[in-house]
Structure formats: C-alpha cells, structure tokens
Design a protein around this ligand. Structure first.
Ligand code: SAM
Length: 253
C-alpha cells in the first residue's frame, strides 16, 4: 500500500510514522508513507497557502490552488483506485470496519486541513470522502491522518507479528477487548486471575469472553445493544453482572 498525505507539516507525518508497528511496516516494505505540502505549489513569493474567508468571520481558509495542485501531484504517485480522503470533524466517523475497508485499498490520498478548514471547491473536485476521528475539533488534520494510517496499516496482511491479535482486538467482533496480564503473578498485592494460570484453554476462552461481554456492558452499552448475543453469551453476561453486583455490594458493607 502507498499512502500520500497532503499537509502543511510534512515533517510531522514523516517523523511520526517511524515508530512501532507502523515504522516496521515501512521498513519491511508493506507500506510507503509520503507527505507533501501545498506550500511547495504556492506561486507567490511568500508561498501563501491561506486567505480570509469570503463572507467575513474569524480565521483563515486553506486556499484552493496550492491544495489542489498538491493533491493532483500526490494522486499521480498513487495506484488507480486509491480514494482521496479529507480528514474533517464533520466527516464519517472512523471505525474499525472503516479501517478494514481502507486496508483493502491499493493506496490512500489523505488531506489534512488547518485553520478554519479547506476551500470547499477542493473537496468538490479532489476528495472522495470525509472522515472524522471523533466528535471534537483538532487544530489540524495531521493527528487524524496518523490515527487513520495507524488503524489501517496494522490490518494489512503480515504487518502484525501475530495475525490473531488483530482479530481479537476491541470492536472486531463488536465487543471490547478482555483484560490482559503478564508477569509477575502478584503485583503490589494484586494477583492475576487464577483461571489464566491453569492452562485450561476452554476455561480461559470462557473467562475472556465473559470479560469482553462484561466490559462492553459496563463501558459501551451502545455496542452491546447492536449485537445479537447467543444463549451462551447471554448466560456469561448474566454471570458477569451478578459477580459485578456482588462485588459492589461487598464493597458497600
Ligand atoms: N471549522 C472546522 C469545523 O468546525 O469543523 C474545524 C477546522 S479544524 C480547526 C482544522 C482542521 O483540523 C480541519 O480542516 C480538519 O482537517 C482537522 N480536524 C479537526 N477536527 C477533526 C476531527 N475530529 N477529525 C478529523 N479531522 C479533524
């Protein structure tokens, strides 16, 4: 996969993608990430990329000419079938399913906005879709582009050491992840749940599914409401809720 990011801060993108899973994916040639700036395409001596909004009001707007020129140059470096995405607070929410959809694309063209946003005509002519990373406003689209890149690239075949780990992540099956533990067995008086120490794989799988159901019930009931639970899952969840309520009751004694 090849990813091109059009941003006023290309060095920020280039630096951030050097680390961890993403950095290794780049080293191994699973993905190439390049960043370029509309400023390179500004024609005046000051390399102006922003201007005041028509109609008045606060802030500045990213100008159409340099943004379009940068996007067109970046598009020419991408394989056909690579969608152009504007990271925008008012875009479609980024979800695990959306990241999985993007991971099937041959490339991605990402536009990170700044100021009040980008001249609407850039979006009309160059952009296929707008994606938001959440219901809050960032000062720029770079962090959003990096979030989208990270969530997408870790789903590419061969990027994670263990493919199973991506299949078990939160949201993949509509549930949150279960709790994880590593050595030592007791840390500051807190012991690892006994079931994880016994090597009984069926019991471990049952415990993990119960925790995943319980966490989703506690933290994201909206996700649980969207799921059709099996009879076995309902039983596990009821068990979790009963244990949880018993725990609460014993604490209030
Ligand atoms: N005036 C815009 C609004 O109210 O929606 C906010 C502009 S914001 C200060 C500047 C840039 O940050 C946007 O052009 C967009 O690229 C990016 N941005 C801000 N919030 C975002 C979010 N939640 N998801 C993705 N990108 C975001």
């Amino acid at each position: 996969m090849r990813i091109e990011v059009v941003t006023l801060f290309p060095d920020f993108i280039a630096e951030a993608v050097r680390y961890g899973v993403l950095g290794r994916a780049i080293e191994r040639g699973r993905v190439a990430v390049a960043a370029s700036s509309p400023r390179e395409f500004a024609r005046d001596v000051h390399r102006t990329v922003d201007d005041r909004p028509y109609g008045g009001g606060p802030g500045m707007v990213l100008k159409a000419e340099p943004a379009c020129a940068a996007l067109r140059a970046a598009r020419a470096r991408l394989p056909a079938g690579s969608p152009a995405i504007y990271l925008a607070a008012d875009g479609e929410p980024l979800t695990q399913a959306k990241a999985a959809e993007l991971a099937r694309c041959p490339g991605l063209l990402l536009l990170a906005g700044r100021y009040e946003g980008v001249d609407e005509r850039v979006l009309e002519t160059e952009i296929d879709e707008c994606v938001s990373i959440g219901d809050y406003v960032l000062s720029g689209g770079e962090l959003a582009a990096l979030v989208l890149i990270d969530a997408t690239v870790r789903l590419l075949p061969g990027v994670l050491g263990d493919e199973e780990s991506a299949r078990q992540d939160s949201f993949v099956a509509g549930l949150l992840d279960w709790p994880h533990y590593t050595r030592p067995e007791v840390f500051e008086g807190r012991a690892v749940p006994q079931v994880l120490l016994g090597g009984n794989h069926a019991a471990i799988a049952r415990w993990r599914e119960k925790q995943a159901l319980g966490r989703t019930w506690q933290r994201r009931p909206d996700l649980l409401a969207k799921l059709e639970l099996s009879a076995a899952q309902r039983e596990l969840l009821e068990e979790y809720i009963a244990e949880h309520r018993a725990g609460d009751a014993s604490q209030s004694d």
